[in-house]
Design a protein around this ligand. Sequence first.
Ligand SMILES: C[S@@+](CC[C@H](N)C(=O)[O-])C[C@H]1O[C@@H](n2cnc3c(N)ncnc32)[C@H](O)[C@@H]1O
Length: 375
Amino acid sequence: MEIVFLTRVHVAKMKSKQKSATSATHSIQELKKLLTVAEDLQGSKKSDKQRNKKCRGRPLGDPFYLCYNKFMKISDCLKAQKEKLKNAGKEERDAEVVLSCLMQKSIGEVLAKKDDELNSKCEKQCQKIIDRRISKNEPICKIMGIKNFYGRDFMVNKHVLSPRQCTESLVEAVLIRIKERIKNVGAASPCSPGSHSDATPTTIKILDIGTGSGILAITLAKELETFKNIEVKMVATDISKKALKVAKKNAKLHGVNIDFRISDIFESINEKFDVIVSNPPYISEYEFDNELEPEVKNHDPKLALVGEESGYYFYERIINRSIHYLKPGGLLAFEVGHKQSGLVHAWMSQKNFKDVTIRKDYNAIERVVLGYHRD
Ligand SMILES: C[S@@+](CC[C@H](N)C(=O)[O-])C[C@H]1O[C@@H](n2cnc3c(N)ncnc32)[C@H](O)[C@@H]1O
């Protein structure tokens, strides 16, 4: 049985012997033999064909096959995968995200159980996913089909932008403004346990332009649910039918009612809102062609990234036309790209917006521009 418990160290040693020795194939033959013996001992001698199937195409000569034993510790798996990610210049934390998804536990729970054994299927899957992350520069969320945003999980696929942590700053900025407004008009109070007010609910109409996976609309709707006397009417638009399909699934997952509409910016909008929020495509054609990392360029839809030649197309269009879609005193809030805040701030100030403010994200980058339409 010892043979089954060969560790990576053993195999690595054998591999390095292989490199230096002239009889490399001998070691592989030896490993193959060991594998057969190990399987015999477990009473599961398999044909080459069966074994190949089990390895999902992994060549029989691959000595690491032997390491897929049932007894690897979670910490060992994490260590090995983090090392690979580090060497490839990727975020080591991705290994934790993958295991947490595979084990359907939070990262905290996974780390708390790091001395537990990991089943071999999970370890194999983790390894495969990390390899794919490295070889194809594919973001983990696109491989797993899930991404956490503002504490909630959202489904994602190739038709939507991977939610970014910096976009949480936009949610925060908008929530602060909405809460201030709620306080000022005295329309509602936070829903603390047992609290109750008989005041008539105030309706807040919010429009999310370019909703993608729906993260902004859904998060705002969920966060505002805690205010008893606020009724949120949320409209979310996107020009991409496939993106809206994802957003609808996410809204269902989180139990929120959102009016999703296919629309080229304001095309399908014929009412006025208290708040318009947008994280529009804001990369210039030049940046897309020359400066974008492969993670983004190859795995996020171009439609979600490029704001025409200059990158400012959507800001200009939305600012210029928002007067028709904002109620008096309504709030317009944007996420902006690196170094775009100055121009967007200037345009909003020129176009009848007051209290125009710039807010930074967690990395101290100017990320959000927001202001109220003058009455
Ligand atoms: C940067 S992504 C933002 C997605 C999501 N709101 C987020 O924050 O992760 C921009 C979104 O705008 C959509 N979009 C592109 N052109 C559009 C247009 N003309 N009208 C409406 N939406 C558009 C894209 O399909 C994409 O989903």
